[in-house]
Write a protein of this length. Structure first.
Length: 659
């Protein structure tokens, strides 16, 4: 049963819509899945999946579908191959509104359990950096697993408070998503346990926490960058009021209006100041309307240099959106898109003689209109990319990670207002940060200009050992274990040997090898020092460097394409052997199903890797033994080891097995 104080407040807010709102709680909720654009296109998934004839499109996210509860897609091997993520349809909106482009630096500040992080990673297409953070240690376990299941190669996962991150990443990110912890009113239909949580965690408590998060998030946003704030609650104190407070605290931020479509409703700045006490008539000896008028006048004065400017800024909050269950069919959400202007230099004057640091001119990139919303627009370049993906059935993953310059990055065909001067300034900041201390308990192994090479002929694997060990500090990282100066060459040599014998095209990968004890990561290029931060994953976790061999990780398997493994096992997703593998059983395999990279088998297709980027030839040391990439419908699901007499030892970690 819904709490009385909640329904009383909804009556005041919704008035004539209240009955329809309450009736929505009696209707079945909608279920959604989102195709993982890192592994295949929506068109390829529709051809591959047996569910396709029962799926209907979610209109606001390309590659997302509604499904029936009875379909249970989480039980299918395609889920365990990371081909899709099961996500409430309305929850897909915030990441879509962020407008991420390949090559950008992106932060998901309150990321667990990781659904929105994987959505952002798919938009980056392997290029750029995704930092996924959550301050709750237990929640980062699910976050890391979901990012690894999706095959994300360019993510760093942290377990820190926003204030601590802001010390390291000030002005660093192009895009920031703040899907803030909230009272969860929008989830009451989906999860009745949220009602008890709502009663324990008050709106007021959440509001204080959200305000602190937003202040630190704005510090980390680069000038010309975009921030999306979202919640899954109806409370104005956690929605419009938070945006108003942020606009007061950060004069350089402005609302980017969101186009209304799909039943989305406009934000309600007139609800700012509407308290639960007022809604139930518990305000003693005062006139609620008079109190709100007084509060609104104060707010207007704080928002602008004069009353007219203040009223305009307050009215701009109507450019945010609310997703109501009785209008969209999904659960309740709120979202706001904010753009950060570049500050005016101290010696410059605005047309009205404004002071230093005043808000600058309307940015060209938005053209005074929203670049977001229900009818999400794309540049001609992005459309071309989508068309190419649809033709091949597989996304085109960039091999070399290049940062797009601010001068070239576009939205809706308009040039980004951030100039090269800012890009150069941030490059200097990044270069300076790399000169500082490295993560404690870690060794950095810098990649050479030609990428990460491995092989017996070159024991150093083409990798220069420029890293050093920082002093021991338990706070530095979530990783256990220690490292020594000898770890760097040992880890590099171990990885290089494995890559030369077991992988195809690894020499083209870019990044920086980072070792935490025996655990080895490939970190995205350009990261600042993570020294002093609690690190859950320092990059793409590729495996453990033992004294005699390198043990590849499940994350490495899921981040590969079939054609990137020297030896693979091709199973059908619906084969009995696939289910047995996912349960952790040893398999007896048909030798004909073992495929060496570069060998014609009559079934080669786009999922084998991009033929323009990878040379498919079997390494000299590869034989029908050692590690095998096990694939279901050509998508990796884990490692196996070939034994004698046709047996395949199952290398699927216990935590990844079907129970």
């Amino acid at each position: 049963m819904l709490p009385q104080s909640f329904t009383d407040k909804m009556k005041i807010m919704l008035q004539g819509e209240y009955d329809d709102f309450i009736a929505s709680y009696e209707r079945p909720r909608k279920f959604g899945l989102r195709v993982n654009g890192l592994k295949l296109t929506a068109a390829a998934f529709a051809e591959l999946s047996l569910l396709s004839d029962r799926l209907t499109r979610v209109p606001w996210e390309q590659g997302a579908f509604y499904y029936e509860e009875a379909d249970r897609p989480g039980k299918h091997p395609h889920y365990h191959a990371g081909l899709y993520y099961i996500q409430e349809p309305s929850a897909m909106v915030p990441a879509e509104l962020l407008g991420v482009l390949p090559g950008e630096c992106v932060l998901d500040l309150c990321a667990a359990p990781g659904g929105k992080s994987t959505q952002l990673a798919a938009k980056l297409q392997g290029s750029g950096v995704l930092v996924a953070n959550d301050n709750a240690r237990e929640r980062t376990k699910a976050l890391a697993k979901n990012i690894e299941l999706a095959g994300v190669r360019n993510a760093v996962i942290l377990n820190e408070e926003p204030g601590r991150l802001a010390e390291v990443f000030e002005g660093w990110f192009d895009r920031i998503l703040v899907d803030a912890p909230c009272s969860g009113e929008g989830m009451f239909r989906k999860d009745e346990s949220m009602i008890a949580e709502w009663e324990r965690h008050s709106v007021e408590r959440c509001s204080v926490m959200q305000r602190d998060i937003l202040v630190h998030a704005s510090r980390m946003l680069a000038p010309g960058g975009t921030l999306v704030y979202s919640t899954c609650t109806f409370s104005p104190e956690e929605n419009e009021a938070q945006i108003a407070a942020l606009l007061i605290a950060e004069p350089l931020l402005e609302i980017v209006p969101i186009e209304l479509a799909h039943g989305w409703a406009a934000g309600r700045p007139d609800w700012i100041g509407l308290s639960a006490a007022e809604a139930v008539g518990a305000v003693n000896d005062t006139d609620p309307d008079m109190e709100r008028i007084a509060g609104r006048n104060l707010l207007i004065g704080q928002l602008g240099e004069n009353a007219e400017a203040g009223r305009a800024r307050l009215a701009s909050i109507s450019g945010t959106v609310r997703l109501w269950p009785h209008l969209t069919g999904g659960e309740g959400h709120y979202a706001a898109v904010l753009y950060k202007r570049k500050p005016v230099d101290a010696d410059e004057q605005t047309s009205d003689g404004g002071r230093s640091g005043a808000v600058g001119a309307e940015p060209e990139r938005h053209g005074g209109k929203s670049s977001h919303g229900g009818q999400l627009k794309r540049t001609a370049a992005s459309k071309a990319g989508i068309n190419e993906q649809e033709k091949s059935g597989y996304p085109q993953r960039p091999v070399h990670e290049e940062r797009y310059s601010g001068a070239k990055r576009q939205a809706n065909g308009a040039q980004d207002s951030r100039g090269q001067g800012h890009a150069d300034e941030r490059s200097r900041k990044k270069a300076h940060s790399r000169q500082g201390s490295h993560p404690q308990d870690s060794v950095r192994i810098h990649a050479g200009e030609k990428g990460l090479r491995g092989g017996r002929a070159d024991k150093t694997g083409g990798i220069s050992y420029g890293g050093k060990v920082a002093r021991d500090d338990k706070r530095a990282s979530a990783h256990k274990g220690s490292s020594s100066p000898g770890t760097a060459p040992d880890a590099a040599a171990s990885w290089g040997k494995f890559a030369a014998e077991q992988l195809i095209g690894a020499e083209q990968w870019t990044g920086e090898l980072v070792a935490y004890g025996s655990r080895v990561y490939l970190q995205p290029p350009g990261m600042p020092s993570l020294g002093g931060l609690r690190v859950v994953r320092a990059g793409w976790y590729i495996g453990e460097a033992g004294p005699h061999r390198f043990e590849p990780s499940q994350a490495l398997a899921l981040g590969l394409r079939r054609g990137e493994a020297a030896l693979s096992l091709r199973l059908g997703a619906d084969d009995e052997a696939t289910l047995r593998y996912l349960k952790g059983e040893t398999l007896h395999i048909d030798a004909e199903r073992l495929v060496r990279a570069g060998e014609p088998d009559g079934r080669s297709d786009a999922r084998d890797g991009d033929p323009h980027e990878l040379e498919h030839s079997t390494p000299a040391g590869a034989a029908a033994k050692g590690y095998v990439l096990v694939c279901a419908d050509d998508f990796p699901i884990g490692w196996g080891k070939v034994g004698g007499e046709g047996w395949l030892k199952n290398e699927l970690p216990a935590g990844w097995r079907l129970i």
